[in-house]
Ligand binder design. Structure first.
Ligand SMILES: Cc1ncc(COP(=O)(O)O)c(C=O)c1O
Length: 386
């Protein structure tokens, strides 16, 4: 991998067809023809690479996307999925059956899968918050085989030390998986820091336009190989049309994310000066607790930030409802700015005590910064706060 990220995003793995298309065409077919049974068996038995059946991922559009996804994270291999949750489920069922430890806050669907559903299958799961870190070593020594974390976390933007945690997991023979959705491969490459797997909800920055749902898992070929059958038989394959749409979006990923980093920094600084805001959580602010670590392991601070409105949860709801450019919608990473109030969306299912334990106040608003002009976004926040 000699080329820089922006070049890889545009050129990696494009399959140029006989008509001279500069990008991989969309092969929508579910199956592929063979000249003979011997040729078919070569592909079925894995003696030859080839196209076979789209649900298996043996489809040129999907294979081309996967090579691009691997190139984004500097991984040997990548599998694409129909959603981020599908990627996580296949990972946990393949590499987490002896126990999964989730460190820190995570996406609500991930927490539900780990807390309520995997235990139904007899899989031990442990959910530790940042201040439980001291227990990680002891729990690892009981035999859990996978540590999973997001960094920065949702919605408090807590930063975990990927290198140090990977070392601790490896010392116990466990693996580390990092959900890199919030940072995107533009700002952080967990595999280079020692993680074994990277998971993405491609629905977010990789897709980037709030118009597709997809997921990805990246890592070493040997570790990804056993995930293939789970994906195949869970039927959680990405559709070729979505694979092409996602590859299209990845070509502009660095331009989008670097602009979002820049605008988020400006919005965070402006909110820090606003008398109606009591706290700004953004890794790019020098007084943010995770700033030094973020500076060490990230190359940009991302497009996500949270603010705490001075006042009650109802006051924060009123601010969210009065925003005009920020749409009230529970996602992130798109070209349009979004706002959510975690206590009414992502963390609505938790008790107030549990939210407090996680540092999530009712007056907190999470902002996903899009590609609008920074001045307009700041003006919109000011009018809503006023
Ligand atoms: C950090 C993170 N990981 C995973 C997911 C799940 O992704 P998807 O909605 O694509 O299944 C989400 C969804 O919001 C997320 O925010």
């Amino acid at each position: 991998m000699t080329e820089k990220l922006a070049t890889r995003c545009v050129h990696a793995s494009e399959l140029v067809d006989s008509h001279g298309s500069p990008h991989t065409p969309i092969y929508t077919t579910t199956t592929f023809k063979f000249a003979s049974t011997a040729d078919l068996l070569d592909v079925v038995d894995g003696r030859k690479a080839g196209n076979l059946y789209t649900r298996y991922g043996l489809n040129p559009t999907i294979a081309s996307l996967e090579a691009k996804l691997a190139a984004l994270e500097g991984a040997q291999a990548a599998w694409a999925f129909c959603s981020g949750m599908a990627a996580e489920t296949a990972l946990f069922l393949t590499h987490g059956r002896k126990g999964v430890i989730c460190l820190g806050d995570a996406y609500g669907g991930t927490l539900e899968l780990l807390a309520s559903q995997l235990p139904l299958l007899g899989i031990r799961t442990h959910l530790l918050l940042g201040d439980d870190m001291a227990r990680l070593d002891a729990i690892l020594s009981e035999g859990s085989e996978l540590v999973f974390l997001e960094t920065p976390t949702n919605p408090t933007l807590e930063i975990f030390d990927i290198h140090a945690i990977a070392k601790m997991a490896h010392a116990h023979g466990a693996k580390l998986a990092v959900d890199n959705t919030f940072a995107s491969p533009v700002n952080q490459n967990p595999l280079a820091l020692g993680a074994d797997f990277v998971v993405h909800s491609c629905t977010k920055y990789l897709g980037g336009h709030s118009d597709l749902t997809a997921g990805a898992l990246m890592g070493a070929t040997e570790l990804l190989a056993p995930v293939w059958n789970w994906r195949k038989n869970l039927g959680s394959m990405i559709a070729p049309e979505i694979a092409a749409l996602l590859a299209r979006s990845i070509r502009t990923l660095p331009v989008r994310v670097r602009q979002q980093n820049d605008t988020a920094q400006k919005v965070a600084e402006a909110m820090g000066q606003n008398p109606r805001v009591s706290r700004v959580l953004y890794p790019g602010l020098p007084d943010f607790p995770g700033h030094a670590l973020a500076r060490k392991q990230m190359s940009g601070f991302g497009g996500m930030l949270s603010i705490e409105v001075k006042g009650s949860g109802e006051d924060a709801t009123r601010v969210a409802d009065r925003l005009k450019l920020f749409a009230l919608a529970p996602s992130l990473g798109g070209v349009e700015s979004l706002v959510t109030q975690p206590c009414t969306t992502t963390h609505h299912g938790l008790t107030p005590e549990e939210r407090t334990r996680r540092g999530i106040s009712d007056a907190m608003l999470r902002l996903s910064i899009g590609l609008e002009d920074a001045d307009d976004l700041i003006a919109d926040l000011r009018q809503a706060l006023d």
